[in-house]
Design a protein around this ligand. Structure first.
Ligand SMILES: Cc1cc2nc3c(=O)[nH]c(=O)nc-3n(C[C@H](O)[C@H](O)[C@H](O)COP(=O)(O)OP(=O)(O)OC[C@H]3O[C@@H](n4cnc5c(N)ncnc54)[C@H](O)[C@@H]3O)c2cc1C
Length: 294
């Protein structure tokens, strides 16, 4: 598949399907991940996004993962890019490199601070906010389609949802073509977010992000980091399943599938899957997506 700007895909009749990978810590695990991505190709995701870490080796593996997913599976790739620890000159080198390699999409993020740092620190001659990175990329390559992050339950650092949405509006006005949301487990949180975004004339497509729960411990860690809440009903089911990993997996996939079906029925322009590098999980949800849209 040629690298197509995602902004051009929203005119197609059916909603978009995308899936996110994070580069594993070792080269061996990366090779295995790329092999397992074969299963996903059957479901023809409209794009595959690859996260970008705070450290040097992670960054190299992000680039490698993008390249392998593109060259071996012909996926339309959206590399992520953050402002963490990078000056404008360094960011320009990265953006130009991605462009010269043929990529036409970038997810522009401020990024989370590295583990040893309690809060985000602006790099010397770097950017403080994702909106600055969006404007920068837009100026370098106006034909790159830029995605930005949205937070149905607000970003953890934001005072409230309306403040966070005003900042989201700044990102959109800087040149973002669409928004991918943080994971959430209660669709009413997303619908409230969309209503409030509409009041601010945020009119670019919003792709909701879904993550199936695979263990209670894992979901508690992730939700505490990203500020998403775990509905009491889901938590109750997970507690009842206890250490039965297969039951937990089934509960997680069923919950995400029901969310997905409702989002499609409500006419959302796509669904983004945080499949945690598990191609078995991704394919189950992709199959549910295909059944919902056909
Ligand atoms: C879909 C998605 C993909 C992600 N991928 C990655 C990844 O690959 N790598 C990674 O490290 N992290 C990733 N993250 C996490 C993300 O980097 C963090 O949530 C980070 O803390 C914020 O990034 P942002 O781009 O939303 O920042 P911003 O949009 O810059 O917002 C950060 C905070 O600053 C506030 N803010 C924004 N602009 C202003 C302003 N002008 N004045 C005052 N306050 C402002 C916002 O309200 C918010 O509280 C991802 C998140 C999502 C939802």
């Amino acid at each position: 598949m040629s690298q197509t700007p995602i902004s051009q895909l929203f005119s197609q009749e059916r909603p978009l399907l995308s899936v996110e990978f994070f580069p594993p810590k070792s080269d061996d695990a990366l090779e295995k991940l790329i092999e397992s991505a074969d299963d996903l190709a059957f479901y023809q995701p409209d794009f595959v996004s690859v996260t970008y870490g705070a450290g040097g080796s992670t960054r190299d593996r992000s680039a490698k993962a993008c390249e392998l997913l593109r060259d071996e599976h012909e996926f339309n790739i959206m590399p992520h890019l953050t402002c963490v620890g990078a000056s404008r000159d360094e960011l320009a080198v990265t953006v130009n490199g991605l462009y010269e390699s043929g990529y036409r999409n970038i997810m522009a993020l401020r990024g989370d601070p590295p583990k040893d740092s309690p809060s985000f620190v602006v790099a010397e001659n770097g950017f403080a906010y994702a909106s600055d990175l969006v404007a920068f990329i837009k100026e370098l390559h106006p034909d790159i389609s830029i995605g930005v992050a949205g937070y149905p339950e607000k970003h953890p650092e934001a005072a409230d949802l309306s403040t966070d949405l005003r900042n989201l509006k700044t990102k959109v006005d800087a040149g973002a073509s669409f928004i991918t949301t943080q994971l959430f487990f209660d669709n009413s949180d997303l619908y409230r977010f969309l209503e409030e975004a509409d009041k601010l004339d945020i009119s670019v497509p919003v792709i909701p992000g879904l993550m199936p729960v695979l263990s209670l411990k894992q979901v508690k860690r992730i939700t505490s980091m990203c500020g998403a809440s775990l509905p009491a009903e889901l938590e109750k089911h997970l507690n009842l399943a206890g250490d039965n990993d297969e039951l937990v997996r089934q509960i997680g996939i069923r919950w995400a599938t029901e969310q997905l079906q409702d989002l499609i029925e409500q006419g959302l322009p796509g669904v983004h899957l945080y499949a945690l590098n598990r191609s078995d999980v991704a394919t189950e949800l992709m199959s549910a997506f295909r059944s919902s849209v056909e």
